[in-house]
Write a protein that binds this ligand. Structure first.
Ligand SMILES: [Zn+2]
Length: 512
């Protein structure tokens, strides 16, 4: 039997009726950065995203358009692929829950729960948010009538359903949280989940009979599985569950599910309980990030804050988009977007600190050394060791990406970039050139270009496009994609004689 050898990470599957906004982009880019980071680390990676295409809301939206549900989801699916392209997301798979590999996997999984006696029938009546596809208790509603997530009036839904014996798994869940405190991150979210389970769990509805758009319950004609059971199971079915046992063994359990904190309960309570009931391993971690706020409000399609990723990419470029959110906001906390702060990050961090540095250094290699990386003839001195210290911080600091602390990793990377800028000022290669100190000049410019080489590798998970453009300027024979962390970012790996090209600015001045 194959053993797990793949770093498997996922985004939530997106709801196709939504218009993709920067909230969706946030999770997806973070996942892509993590995937690229693990590839740079040398891991085999399987990065999954997709769309959640069943449920009553889809049926209603399709009816309103005079389409079948299938036509409707087929018609709107491309907008999700467009966003992935716009944000340069390199996912390995995209699952749609209407695919056969998914529906058959859901049926075999749920059959297992049925055979184990974990599903039973009962009538349930209660407040139900169609948008969430979830029942709420009256206490959870805002003013006793609004969904706490969507702030819409809930309906009362009365159904004979199949129920999952969630309550039975409370002790196992508490044991999981105790033995694997890293299962839910950040810690505040683990505390929230733990107290929810410790207060006692009710069984949850696992099927619907009021409509047919879903995965059919094999033993009960006219019933479909509750869309959340169906949706969560995408993480298994895309990994090969029920279709390719070898793939599944190599990928499962998932290393991390990235989610927004609004779907914490589904991923940290229902999902591990379902897996325990089926006798399968639970994911190693669920990481819940915070909300993106615009003008103090949570991003959503129903208010004016629903900013499309393309609006920002058109103005700031994809590299800045990917950099900004991870640098500006601690991953796991709520954070605010503003146009002004994004502009400031572009100008200060990208155009000045990094773009100008590359431009200056490559310009000097062009003017003083005929565009060819010189021999580092003089011995390294105090200025070089100060620079090495800064770059060391950058290299070590990037390991914060292992724990999804992207902000810390980028802060440390910019310590390194700042150190190169200070080194250029301290050594003043234009003076060395004037003085005819060619050994010293060679040492200085070699050191600078060598640092740019390491920086290109280090920024590549976050800004793959800028990294590739910088790499191309350095005239290196080996491909950027073949570089690994940390082996490829050590000092002194730049070959003497590489032909550099100053070319266009890495981060040109923003349009007015
Ligand atoms: Zn809702």
């Amino acid at each position: 039997m194959a053993a797990k050898d793949t770093y498997y990470l996922t985004t939530p599957i997106y709801y196709p009726n939504d218009i993709p906004h920067i909230g969706h982009g946030y999770t997806t880019v973070a996942a892509d950065v993590l995937a690229r980071w693990r590839r740079l680390r040398g891991d085999r990676v399987y990065f999954l995203t997709g769309t959640d295409e069943h449920g009553l809301n889809i049926v209603r939206a399709a009816e309103a358009r005079g389409m079948t549900a299938q036509q409707h989801v087929d018609d709107i699916n491309p907008r999700w692929h467009e966003v992935l392209d716009t944000l340069q997301v390199a996912n390995d798979d995209f699952i749609r829950t209407t695919e056969q590999r998914h529906t058959s996997g859901v049926q075999s999984f749920m059959q297992r729960l049925y055979d184990n006696g974990d599903l039973y029938t009962a009538t349930y009546s209660g407040p139900y948010c169609v948008r969430c596809e979830a029942y709420y208790t009256v206490e959870e509603l805002i003013d006793g009538q609004l969904c706490p997530i969507h702030r819409r009036v809930v309906e009362t839904l009365d159904q004979e359903n199949w129920f999952f014996r969630l309550s039975k798994y409370a002790p196992d869940l508490l044991k999981l949280y105790d033995e694997h405190p890293e299962f839910v991150r950040p810690q505040s979210r683990m505390n929230e989940v733990r107290s929810f389970v410790a207060a006692g769990l009710d069984d949850i509805s696992a099927s619907r009979s009021a409509f047919e758009w879903g995965v059919a319950v094999p033993w009960e004609p006219g019933h479909v599985f509750y869309v959340w059971f169906d949706a969560l199971l995408n993480y298994l079915t895309a990994a090969g569950y029920g279709s390719d046992e070898g793939d599944f063994q190599r990928r499962w359990p998932a290393d991390v599910h990235l989610i927004g904190k609004d779907i914490l309960r589904f991923h940290c309570v229902y999902w591990p309980a379902m897996l325990l009931a089926a006798g399968l391993a639970v994911p190693r971690q669920v990481f819940a990030h915070g909300f993106l706020l615009v003008g103090g409000e949570k991003m959503s399609k129903s208010n004016a804050t629903g900013i499309r990723p393309a609006e920002l990419v058109d103005h700031f470029g994809v590299d800045c988009y990917r950099y900004y959110f991870l640098r500006e906001i601690s991953f796991g906390q709520d954070g605010s977007f503003s146009w002004e702060s994004m502009e400031a990050r572009y100008t200060t961090d990208l155009a000045n600190d990094l773009g100008n540095l590359a431009n200056r250094v490559l310009n000097m290699v062009g003017s003083y050394c005929g565009g060819t990386v010189p021999e580092p003839a003089a011995t390294a001195g105090g200025a070089e060791s100060a620079l090495a210290g800064g770059l060391g911080t950058a290299i070590e600091g990037m390991a914060a990406f292992d724990r999804l602390d992207f902000k810390k990793g980028l802060e440390d990377l910019w310590v390194g970039i700042g150190a190169v800028n200070r080194y250029v000022e301290a050594r003043a290669p234009w003076k060395l050139h004037k003085q005819g100190a060619s050994d010293e000049l060679g040492r200085c410019l070699y050191t600078c270009v060598d640092a740019l080489r390491a920086i290109a590798v280090l920024i590549s998970p976050v800004m793959p496009d800028a990294a590739a453009r910088l790499w191309a300027k350095l005239g290196l024979d080996e491909p950027l994609s073949g570089q690994r962390y940390p082996a490829s970012v050590q000092p002194g790996l730049l070959p003497v004689g590489a032909e550099v090209h100053r070319g266009e600015l890495l981060f040109p001045k923003l349009a007015e």
